[in-house]
Ligand binder design. Structure first.
Ligand code: AMP
Length: 653
């Protein structure tokens, strides 16, 4: 390829390609990223291929919107696939393993290149043009990655929706993204049980006022599919028509949109986190080197799902951009036995692994001998993120694997770690309980939640915020809603234009941060972020629900679980324990059907009134405290204290 900074992947990740940062000191590396962002990120930009050189590195002339690598043109798919053909066409790129269907398939970079071009041609045939949206609602199969990369190739905006979401969740995302095409499959599979997708998709399309022009369906032969004539197309059949097709990469502006991904917040309406092309590519390439210690030709294994941001950044784009093989795994960590992940580490010589604390807590309940059964000598580190990493879990896995355990804190919005240890720059100690220190490019501060004053003394608790300009890879805005982006994220602290993470935190005397939970109504179940409002809305639509409050309650395995407290309309439905259980089951089933099983509350309990302030605001935090056996805090504004007493008695009973 002709173009500026074009280089072979062999050399692009070596230190000689970079103006030598002071490798002896992370603090110096960090300082430069903050004081000289243009110089710093201009150098990092050499980690990827560009077609046209950016005219400007960082444009923050319109805060809080930051534009990176303005005037540069590049392509994520080129950087993830095509660019590696020269040096590693025959090397594994995508390794798809399903312990659900007992299948394993390895695609080399050459084969991936072919498949992605076919997928791109299919999308084009179905009417997808640059800038159009393609919604991907799929299980963890190769075609999901082909579809994502195909979108990136032709400049379509993908919006992957987690396969565990059900029709109402999916419908709201279809409504917002307005996709030209939806790519899906007959079914996923979980714990050996087939989970049909197509009926949920059909129902979601029925519920949405926006209708896609076409639906492209992978038939895995797991569940029968009803097809809508003229709209539904078969992946295998259409792909067959495009054998050997060549679809060149569309050179996109660095500031064009690569994808949107929906995430929960304080309202019931999910936000479409929008990301760019060039900044994202550079941020991922830099993180693979400085944080994840990766080299081309190695294998990366992230156990996440393509429906989450980790799946975007560290199953699909990050490892491939770095010229690595990436493992895409469908299944549980304990099936067929609790050694399944470690067997993959041995077989594919995995060098970096990325998972979530909940998965480790699941493994911790199994026979520890499984950790010792396989040769894990290729593994350099295990990275964990998505929820707080508790010390016993960290210690158990660290001793079991005998590799460093690297906690990293980030959000869907950031796209890559905000806090961790950049061991690729300088080896530094991790501290149990702390994800680490601010990553290069992130101006992290702790502010007082109501005065906006910066809290500089060690261990003072406040809101963790990020000052602009936000680094490359960070969300550009909320899809089609700049106002919501500014008002939701940047105006929550009085008098300050700063990005709020909506997490409480402290910083210790050594500069290490500790995350102490959310400041908003978001809960974190097994590393998955859920909005309590979304769950409340689903429960409220049950005919016998007058009022509901959902709170997140600490859980030893999942971190948090959702607990629902419901005031029933017809109390005769609560005459005895059996009827209460029946109604509880009905409500849970409804959440399953509307939002998906991940949003299902652990329990639905019935009360005659909910704790509220005199102005009618639900006291969710007080309910949560009571559920966790803590002091309910300041209750001077409560309308009727007996409401909390009822919950106490219910739980005691
Ligand atoms: P998500 O956008 O789904 O990735 O969720 C982001 C939220 O998960 C953060 O705002 C935190 O509340 C939580 N989180 C993510 N990583 C960590 C971590 N390493 N330690 C503590 N909390 C975390």
């Amino acid at each position: 390829m002709e173009g500026w900074w074009s280089q072979s992947p062999e050399t692009s990740f070596t230190e000689t390609q970079m103006a030598p940062p002071d490798r002896s000191s992370y603090s110096e590396f960090y300082r430069r990223s903050i004081e000289d962002p243009d110089g710093f990120w201009g150098e990092q930009a050499a980690l990827i291929d560009w077609q046209t050189r950016p005219a400007r590195i960082c444009d923050d002339s319109n805060p809080p919107f930051t534009r990176w690598f303005v005037g540069g043109t590049t392509n994520l798919c080129h950087n993830a696939v095509d660019r590696h053909l020269a040096a590693r066409a025959g090397q594994p790129a995508l390794i798809c393993v399903s312990s659900e269907t007992d299948s394993e398939r390895v695609y080399t970079f050459r084969q991936l290149h072919d498949e992605v071009q076919r997928a791109a041609a299919m999308l084009q045939t179905l009417g997808v043009n640059k800038g159009d949206r393609v919604l991907i609602y799929m299980p963890m199969i190769a075609e999901a990655a082909f579809a994502m990369l195909a979108c990136a190739r032709i400049g379509a905006v993908h919006s992957v929706v987690f396969g565990g979401f059900a029709s109402v969740s999916l419908a709201s995302r279809i409504e917002d993204a307005q996709p030209t095409v939806i790519v899906s499959a007959d079914a996923g599979s979980r714990a050996g049980k087939v989970v049909p997708y197509k009926p949920l998709l059909d129902e979601a399309i029925r519920l949405s006022t926006h209708k896609p022009a076409a639906v492209l369906l992978v038939d895995r032969g797991l569940a029968p599919m009803e097809r809508t004539a003229g709209r539904d197309h078969d992946w295998a059949a259409l792909s067959g028509q495009h054998a050997g097709v060549q679809v060149p990469c569309e050179w996109l502006q660095a500031t064009d949109i690569s994808y949107t991904i929906y995430t929960s917040g304080t309202t019931g309406r999910p936000k479409g986190v929008q990301r760019d092309v060039g900044g994202y590519a550079v941020a991922l390439a830099a993180s693979m080197k400085h944080i994840f210690l990766c080299e081309p030709g190695e294998t990366y294994f992230s156990t996440s799902d393509i429906g989450w941001v980790v799946g975007h950044s560290y199953i699909v784009y990050g490892p491939l951009i770095a010229g690595m093989a990436t493992i895409m795994y469908e299944g549980l960590p304990i099936r067929p036995d609790p050694g399944v992940w470690w067997s993959l580490v041995e077989k594919y010589r995995v060098s970096a692994m990325f998972s979530a604390p909940t998965a480790v807590r699941v493994l911790k309940k199994q026979d520890p001998a499984f950790l010792k059964k396989y040769d894990l000598s290729s593994l350099k580190a295990l990275f964990l993120a998505g929820e707080p990493l508790d010390e016993p879990t960290a210690r158990w896995i660290s001793e079991g694997l005998d590799v460093p355990i690297i906690d990293n804190y980030w959000q869907t919005e950031s796209g890559w770690p905000i806090l961790t240890i950049a061991n690729g720059v300088e080896r530094q100690a991790s501290k149990f309980g702390s994800p680490g220190v601010p990553m290069y490019g992130y101006k992290v501060k702790i502010l007082h939640e109501s005065t906006g004053e910066e809290l500089t003394r060690p261990n003072e608790k406040g809101v963790v915020v990020i000052e602009g300009p936000t680094p490359p890879g960070f969300m550009q805005t909320v899809w089609r809603d700049d106002e919501r982006f500014v008002n939701t994220y940047w105006k929550s602290i009085p008098g300050r234009l700063v990005y709020s993470t909506f997490d409480w935190g402290i910083r210790d005397e050594d500069g290490y941060y500790y995350i102490l939970g959310r400041t908003d109504d978001v809960i974190n179940v097994a590393g998955h972020r859920l909005g309590t409002r979304e769950i409340e809305e689903s429960i409220s639509s049950h005919p016998n629900v007058a009022e509901v409050a959902v709170v997140g309650v600490a859980d030893p395995l999942k971190g948090q679980v959702a607990m629902a407290f419901v005031v029933a309309r017809d109390t005769s439905a609560l005459a005895d324990e059996a009827s209460k259980l029946r109604l509880e089951g009905e409500i849970m089933k409804q959440v399953d059907e509307q939002l998906g099983a991940i949003a299902r509350p652990a329990r639905v309990r019935f009360v005659t009134l909910l704790p509220k302030t005199r102005s009618g605001k639900l006291l969710r935090r007080a309910i949560q405290a009571v559920c966790e056996g803590r002091d309910a805090g300041d209750l001077t504004t409560i309308e009727d204290p007996s409401a909390l007493q009822q919950i106490r008695e219910l739980l005691a009973g």
